[in-house]
Design a protein around this ligand. Structure first.
Ligand code: HEM
Length: 407
């Protein structure tokens, strides 16, 4: 039986997605393919996928209203399973509020309501809290170690706690929330457990929404309750989307970013010497690491011409984030990590109407995370040889499963 993930995410040959030779570079086959052109027609397991590796082409696809982000109702997903099973897997209450899968104008409405809550002021107010969260996790890690697993002790809890802050999860419930979110992402969670954790989390989000409806606070969820007419299913769906979109991504950037810095001592030294470079370093790490390994997919709602290619109605397009962010026409020496590289237009947060809603928050989390980590642990280093760090080669969000460190 196909999992929801397989339906939503087009499959590509392993040599185009599976990283590993160098833990920070895209898959070898992908780099080779990028050298041959900017958009590629790939046939794999009976499916046709257009793979975009050029920067301008990627932005054109992601800005094109003829390209649909509705991966749940794509012709591809419809073909893979029966209508009955589709209805069972994606009931309306499960889809409610999931605007990452919606096209304009439906998407526009949600996005506007959310943008109204992701205000400069709210983000500014969150910044000192994020530093506190980061330092509290470092205190706990330092007290326990060395050594420590930076993933479990730092990278996973920080974004989870920040989302608690954003959604206004009570302090008493945070441990349970963290436990569930960690379980959601753990490699050791079985499919059955996964379904249970998902159901539990949805239930938790519904409870949270009802709490905010009864007794609103200053948080974003309360803001949505107060300022919009979204119903309980939609609000719980949005809360869930923020968690899913914001947790694993940020966690992997923190851990893989630290690993990359430790493996580039000259860049690490530069950043230690010039802490004011941190925001620049964050942009460069986002570009260089491109953790959305399998890319961002769309399907054509009508025939679309892109360069020399004609994408037929219904066909799938995958924008390869790792390839696009290493496009030689955009960057000098794209395969080098340079923390002082001038900021360019990377697509690590996507582009167009779905461009990451949480990007400012993610930037603050990463800047705070790297700044405090380097400040508090001047002798931070790997506790195992680099080739023993377990890589998430098989996951749609790339990173490390663990990062044993000492100091
Ligand atoms: C969308 C990456 C952190 C919330 C996206 C997209 C990308 C992305 C590539 C576009 C998907 C598409 O076009 O289909 C990342 C990365 C992050 C990060 C690399 C961390 C480093 C966050 C955080 C939040 C968040 C912290 C919120 C708490 C969202 C939401 C969307 C989104 C809600 C959907 C926006 C829409 O459809 O309009 N993200 N994200 N993300 N992200 Fe992020």
């Amino acid at each position: 039986q196909r999992t929801a993930q397989e339906l939503i995410r087009p499959q590509l040959p392993a040599d185009l997605v599976q990283r590993g030779e160098c833990p920070f570079d895209p898959a070898g086959g992908l780099t080779e393919l990028s050298g041959q052109g900017r958009i590629h027609r790939i046939e794999h397991k009976g499916e046709i996928v257009w793979l975009v590796t050029g920067h301008d082409e990627a932005r054109a696809v992601l800005a094109d209203p003829r390209m649909s982000a509705d991966r749940i109702n794509s012709p591809r997903a419809r073909k893979l399973i029966s209508p009955e099973l589709h209805a069972e897997m994606f009931p309306p209450e499960r889809r409610a509020g999931s605007f990452i899968f919606m096209d304009a104008p439906e998407h526009t409405r949600y996005r506007r309501l959310l943008t109204g809550q992701f205000t400069v002021r709210r983000m500014r107010d969150l910044t000192p809290r994020i530093h506190e969260i980061v330092n509290a996790r470092l205190d706990a890690m330092i007290e326990k170690g060395p050594p420590a697993d930076l993933v479990q002790d730092f990278a996973l809890p920080v974004p989870s706690l920040v989302i608690c802050e954003l959604l206004g999860v009570d302090y008493g419930d945070r441990e349970e929330f963290q436990h569930r979110t960690a379980k959601l992402l753990s490699l050791h969670t079985t499919v059955d457990e996964q379904i249970k954790v998902n159901t539990d989390l949805r239930r938790f989000m519904h409870g949270l929404v009802r709490d905010k409806q009864r007794d609103p606070g200053d948080d974003l969820l309360s803001g949505l309750v107060r300022d919009t007419d979204l119903n309980t299913d939609e609000l719980a769906g949005i809360a869930n989307l923020l968690l899913i979109a914001g947790h694993e991504t940020t966690a992997n950037m923190l851990a893989l970013g630290t690993f990359a810095l430790l493996e580039h001592p000259d860049q690490l030294a530069k950043l230690r010497e010039h802490p004011e470079l941190v925001e620049n370093a964050v942009e460069e790490l986002l570009r260089y690491l491109s953790i959305i390994s399998m890319g961002v997919s769309r399907h054509a709602k009508e025939d679309v011409t892109l360069g020399a290619a004609t994408i037929r109605e219904g066909e799938t397009v995958v924008v390869s984030v790792p390839a696009v962010n290493r496009d030689e026409t955009q960057y000098d020496d794209p395969h080098e990590l340079r923390v002082d590289r001038p900021r360019g237009h990377h697509v690590a947060f996507g582009h167009g109407i779905h461009q990451c809603l949480g990007q400012q928050l993610a930037r603050v989390e990463m800047a705070a995370g790297f700044t405090e980590l380097l400040r508090r642990l001047p002798a931070l280093r790997l506790a195992v040889p680099a080739d023993e760090v377990p890589l998430r080669t098989d996951m749609s969000i790339y990173g490390v499963h663990a990062l044993p460190v000492t100091w």
